[in-house]
Design a protein around this ligand. Structure first.
Ligand SMILES: N[C@@H](CCC(=O)N[C@@H](CS)C(=O)NCC(=O)O)C(=O)O
Length: 210
């Protein structure tokens, strides 16, 4: 399988399926197209019909969109723990992942992912409300489903991958969060795969300003 991704420093959507695949031990080749360069769109469109990354190529099949990719992988590799095994936990994991996939527009606009950057953001009331909602999601998941491990649903699952870019944004913009959230962030950041992604992003030559 081949995973088409954007810059590791900037492409939050690419990080999600990449991290899922690494954590699930799924072998794949990664193809990185630096975003917003002269021919980026053309290069992406050669593989991804939406013109966006990520896209997963499996033989003749192309799957674009991070959530569709993760669902495909969960079906193709059952038993790798991509979603929690318990149906109730799995349903909530899908809910919080879908909430991230479909929402948090203030965060996306004002705190865009720039992993190696250290910035200050003007956090208005609407953005703060989204930050509070994310911290509440993390606390609720940890309290209800997290007893068997340090992640949202105990063991690592796709839900953690969906929130991994938020973890890096909170670091980049020095967002103040409760201790429980800080602990969860440290857990995600300590993953060897996250460390690899962060180091690869830090070494990239491209610099984008949003
Ligand atoms: N809903 C899509 C969003 C994909 C997306 O917006 N990707 C951005 C990069 S993080 C992109 O490809 N931007 C390049 C462009 O629009 O030209 C997903 O979940 O995969």
């Amino acid at each position: 399988m081949q995973l088409l991704i954007g810059n590791k420093n900037y492409s939050s959507w690419s990080l999600r399926p990449w991290l899922v695949m690494k954590q699930a031990g799924i072998a794949f080749e990664e193809t990185l197209v630096p975003l917003y360069q002269g021919d980026s769109k053309e290069q992406i469109l050669r593989i991804s019909p939406s013109g966006k990354v990520p896209a997963l190529v499996d033989g003749d099949l192309v799957i674009w969109d991070s959530l569709a990719i993760v669902e495909y992988l969960a079906e193709k590799f059952p038993g790798r723990g991509i979603w929690p095994a318990d149906p109730a936990a799995r349903a909530v994991a899908r809910s919080v992942s879908a909430e991230m996939h479909a929402g948090f527009t203030q965060l996306r606009t004002h705190l865009s992912m720039d992993i190696r950057g250290r910035k200050t953001a003007r956090i208005d009331a609407a953005t703060q409300a989204e930050i509070d909602r994310i911290c509440a999601i993390w606390t609720d998941c940890r309290n209800h489903f997290g007893e068997n491990g340090p992640f949202l649903f105990g063991a690592f699952s796709a839900a953690d991958a969906f929130y991994a870019p938020v973890v890096t944004r909170f670091v980049t913009y020095g967002v103040e969060v409760p201790d429980s959230a800080r602990q969860y962030m440290a857990t995600v950041l300590a993953l060897p795969a996250m460390q690899q992604w962060i180091a690869d992003g830090a070494a990239e030559p491209w610099s984008l300003s949003f």
